[in-house]
Design a protein around this ligand. Structure first.
Ligand code: TIU
Length: 230
């Protein structure tokens, strides 16, 4: 039987076992985090997202040490934009649209520098990277098949942005039967109020979408797993 350690979380403790858990790192892409990318083109203060990087780097390192699967996602589209719905392309009045040339290449286009993950959180060799056209990581991707093949039923959810891709992915996962813990300081939003309320919404009503804990609590549990497995 696999070793399990409880993470003190809200609304209840969250049992953590390396074999059945994946750390999902959502869309920590240059286009969302760096000045001149898609996030800024939407009128957002990208500085709000950069503070997620140091705690998330520490969490990823702890997960790898404990043998927890680490998965990354990237939001983006084919170069011909055939997988980008017209409604997504035309929504709002951004300074630049998806597919336009930006400071880091064509915005949110696969293969471009800006579409890729920031250097500090680069996937390790062998870690799965899911390319997704939507906000949720399950829609039009192979994520569910990959998790099922690996026997993973519990997700530690991190990345950006709290109320958009993190929430959509957590809701998609919850409806598919996964237990999700959202790591509060490893998710971020351009809007601090949406971030705060977004976390409240996850754990409300007895954990309607899942659990919430900070990275210190999760890392302590990961380290306990690492120690007992050694
Ligand atoms: N705009 C915004 O808050 N988010 C996105 O467009 N994508 C993700 O959240 N990844």
């Amino acid at each position: 039987m696999s070793q399990s350690v409880d993470i003190p979380a809200e609304p209840t403790p969250f049992p953590l076992a390396a074999e059945t858990t994946a750390l999902v790192v959502i869309d920590m892409q240059r286009d969302f985090l760096l000045p001149g990318g898609f996030g800024e083109s939407l009128g957002n203060d990208v500085g709000q997202l950069l503070k997620v990087v140091p705690p998330l780097a520490a969490l990823i390192a702890a997960a790898r040490a404990a043998g927890v699967t680490v998965l990354h996602t990237r939001e983006g589209h084919r170069p011909d934009l055939s997988d980008c719905p017209p409604a997504k392309l035309s929504r709002g009045a951004p300074a630049k649209r998806i597919g336009d040339p930006g400071r880091y290449g064509r915005i949110l286009v696969r293969g471009e520098y800006g579409h890729d993950i920031v250097d500090e959180l680069a996937p390790a060799p062998g870690e799965v990277v899911i390319d997704k056209p939507g906000k949720g990581a399950f829609y039009a991707t192979e994520l569910q098949d990959i998790l099922a093949a690996a026997g993973i039923t519990r997700l530690l959810v991190t990345g950006v942005t709290t109320e958009v891709c993190v929430h959509t992915t957590t809701r998609e996962a919850n409806d598919r039967g996964y237990d999700c813990l959202v790591v509060s300081d490893c998710v971020g939003s351009y809007f601090p109020e949406f971030h705060r309320i977004g976390l409240e919404m996850i754990k409300a009503q007895g954990g309607i979408f899942g659990w919430v804990a900070d990275s210190a609590a999760v890392i302590t549990a990961l380290q306990a797993l690492t120690t007992t497995a050694a």
